[in-house]
Design a protein around this ligand. Sequence first.
Ligand code: ADP
Length: 571
Amino acid sequence: MRHRSFPRFHVTKIQYFIFAIACCSILALGFFSFTQSNSTIEKAKVLSDVETPAASIIFTQRETLVYATRLAQWSNGGTSRRSVQIARNILAQRLAVIDTSGRSMGERAQAPYWTALNAADKIVASAPPGVLPEATHSEINGEISPIIDEILAQSRALVVSYQRTVDREMVNNAKRVAEQDRRNLFLFFIFIITGTLFLLLNARTNFKNYRIASEKIEEEQLQLDKTLADLKAAEQAVIELQDINETKNAFISTVNHELRTPLTSIIGYIDLVRELREENPSADLSQYLEILDRNAQILLHVVESILSISKIDSNKGHKATEKVEINQIIDNAMFIMAPAIEKSSQKITFKADEELFVEGDPGQLNQVFINLLGNANKFSPRGSLIEVSLNSTTLKGGYEFARIVVQDLGIGIPKEDIENLATRFFRAKNTDSGQYPGTGLGLAIVQEILDLHRGKLTIESTLGEGTKITVLIPLYLSDYEKLIRERSSDVIERAIHALEDASPATAHSVTHTIGGAIGLYGFEEAAQELLKYSKTLDSGGADLEGFEIEKNRLVTLLKRAAEEMGNKTHE
Ligand code: ADP
């Protein structure tokens, strides 16, 4: 068998490229999401960084206010220099405290703040200890007031500038996060777009491959089926040849026996005649000559029958297709058998309703009726009536046949022997005594000829009353009629497949279509059932359960119709 290459899963260069972009974008997205989680931690740190200095600034501002208040009270003689110095020390300590950012409040303060503090320190240091004497109030007040104002202004500036820094940090942070989010969104879009593009393009490429592959598999399957069918046919042929060989061997040994019996008798009687002749040349030999003649006739009959059988066997492959008028054939057979029938004083009638034509070999068909009439004559008493009738009949599937009935009032056949009568050399129990000469080949020949003509043989008989033999032969079909026959077998097969494949959704249209089609080819009963079911459905479809039951019923109906037709064609 030829080896075929099947298309495999395939990715083009462009698809690889797109796939690479999708991978890069998802990797980048992963990476950035990871780093962004770090930046969230940073943001939290920024906030905590902001909070500690903020608290520190609030405390510094409070100490600055306390110090400024003490200065103002001191310059008005409201408190001692000592309490001013204590407030200054507390403020100094506050300014020296280092916060989480590693800087002290003193470092954050602007130069004018320090200048004002230094100026105030100098004034306080040069003043007398304790409460200021009243005389110095206005002078000190004049000096210290602008400095107090400057200290307060600078402390406010410290808060404002710190607030600005914090705001700037927060805005920057927000901007950075927004930037990261935008970038991540962009990467996500790139991933979605390239991923979808890759899937679509790859699905298109591989769907094409899938279709090619399934077509190839179907081809392979067909090839395999064909090979298998060939093998089966070869196997069947071998079996048939073996059967033929066995039948041939059995036939030869039976023929041997059948020829030997009359020949032995002939040779025996010839010796007897010779001896009688020697003893008495004028002896009456007519009785022996009669026996010799009967045996020679039997021998001739056996040889003729064997020749007929071997002719039929060798012609089995060739179908005779002549248009034969069956009335004529029966007339011929009756003409040939007339002397024998007359000799037995029997009467024969032939009733034909019409002129009928069959397809076949006139010689072989003649042989059929000669054999049947010969038996009717042979196995019926003198003076009895033999009736032959011909009419046409139509069987299921629309097949028309010529029906010929040969009825006699003879000895009949035992029931148990009827089914074996068409076996070569078989003779019924009531006829093998020697009273009725015969070979047991006549009905075998009839059966084989009818097989070749797709005909049928039926034997009905009552022992002691008579025998009725019915022969059916298909009527002659024109080429057109044959074509219709062939088509109808094709149509019914396809209808079965279509119905088996139908689903509830397609039930309405399928049953309607095939119902119409098979009706045209003579399957009226099945067609009507299909159309009736189709009418019960609207075009929307059927419910699943009901459909399955109805489908099985209709498929069985169609199969039966096909079978009936097949039987008729092969019979
Ligand atoms: P043959 O007539 O040479 O014996 P056939 O094959 O023609 O062989 O018939 C087989 C047997 O069938 C006969 O031997 C006979 O027993 C039986 N038979 C056939 N036709 C008739 C008939 N019309 N009446 C009675 N028996 C019959």
